[in-house]
Design a protein around this ligand. Structure first.
Ligand SMILES: Nc1ncnc2c1ncn2[C@@H]1O[C@H](COP(=O)(O)OP(=O)(O)OP(=O)(O)O)[C@@H](O)[C@H]1O
Ligand code: SF4
Length: 325
């Protein structure tokens, strides 16, 4: 069954491009993993997929198994952050990613597709990827309300209607809701208002708004500069009557990490079915080393600890949204 084993789906949306949707998706995913959850990221930004680069796996390719496409595994094992309190009861998280970027022959290839082809690709992502047991599937979307958004909404609805004759987006079994990302300035928040209206029309619950790039604290003197203004996301959330999850400052280290690509791993992700069950010890230790790199590097930023805070309130909202449906 499509999405079999996926417990909850969270869409990450924004009205405007470049506000940090993919960065927020990744940091939410890492923070959820650090809480021991198994997490998947589905990148449906078909023309500008950023997830492969963010996780340092730009050269990875998707493999096929009898059960479907196997997503690229980023850190399938115990995470570095948990090692401080390491005990036999330490939760184990995992992170797997699927993106059109893993399907391109060359990372510089352009995806120039019309609507129907995009729709087909989004459907295929929902039906043909074998996620296995996954607590949270975060779906990173392109900006605005494009073909991809409509396709994902329709595909989830179609899947729901196979089990119910009265399917609405509110009873899509796995859909917990959407997290909206904005920057503080009016030019971004006004587009996010449209996105909230899109959610209202398609009856997707809004789990909360995150205000990204909200101020910059100088590491030398502590002076706070509100480069893109501050507080616009919170004001907009209050006015629109949706929860505000919090702010993420501009984090120079984060930008540098993404740019530097130092997290590029050289792990052979030839993850066929057999390997899932029977991982060779050497491969496992390579993957563990790779994971530590990814989490350590992002943990070094200011923002990952902030996201660990967000996920707590996000999880509460997901649970309460689940109990209402
Ligand atoms: N809080 C932050 N501090 C510093 N840099 C950031 C922050 N958030 C995002 N960035 C940087 O801003 C750029 C755009 O971020 P990202 O790709 O996540 O945006 P997006 O909204 O997903 O873009 P697109 O519209 O292309 O999908 C990236 O280079 C990222 O590293
Ligand atoms: S005073 Fe201005 S330039 Fe100097 S360290 Fe602080 S923020 Fe940077």
């Amino acid at each position: 069954m499509p999405l079999d084993g996926v417990k909850k789906i969270v869409l990450v949306l924004s009205g405007k491009g470049g506000v940090g949707k993919s960065s927020v998706t990744l940091q939410l995913a890492l923070a959820l993993s650090l809480q021991g959850k198994s997490v998947g990221i589905l990148d449906i930004d078909l023309t500008g997929p950023s997830i492969p680069r963010l996780v340092g796996k730009e050269n990875e390719k998707i493999t096929q198994s009898p059960r479907g496409w196997i997503p690229v595994e980023v850190h399938p094992t115990e995470l570095a952050a948990n090692q401080e309190e390491s005990s036999s009861a330490t939760p184990r998280g995992s992170l797997r990613c699927m993106s059109v970027g893993f399907l391109l022959r060359d990372r510089g290839d352009a995806v120039i597709w019309r609507g129907p082809k995009k729709t087909a690709m989004v459907r295929q992502f929902l039906t043909d990827v074998y996620w296995g047991e996954t607590d949270y599937l975060l779906i990173d979307t392109p900006p605005g309300t494009s073909d991809e958004h409509i396709s994902i909404g329709e595909s989830l609805l179609t899947m729901a209607s196979t089990s119910s004759t009265t399917a609405t987006s509110q009873n899509i079994p796995h859909l917990a809701g959407a997290v909206l990302v904005t920057t503080p300035q009016a030019v971004a928040t006004s587009d996010v208002r449209k996105e909230i209206n899109f959610c209202a029309k398609t009856r997707i619950p809004v789990l909360g708004v995150i205000e990204n790039m909200s101020g910059y604290t100088c590491p030398c003197c502590g002076e706070v500069s509100n480069i893109f203004s501050r507080g616009g996301g919170e004001v907009m959330a209050t006015e629109m009557g949706v929860p505000f999850l919090g702010r993420v400052p501009i984090d120079i280290k984060f930008g540098q990490l993404v740019e530097s690509q130092k997290i590029e791993g050289d792990i052979d992700s030839d993850a066929d079915e057999e390997m899932e069950v029977d991982q060779a010890a050497t491969q496992q230790s390579l993957v563990e080393e790779d994971n530590r790199l990814l989490v350590d590097k992002y943990r070094d930023c200011w923002s990952l600890p902030i996201f660990e805070g967000f996920t707590k309130s996000l999880l509460e909202k997901v649970e309460s949204s689940a109990s209402q449906t």
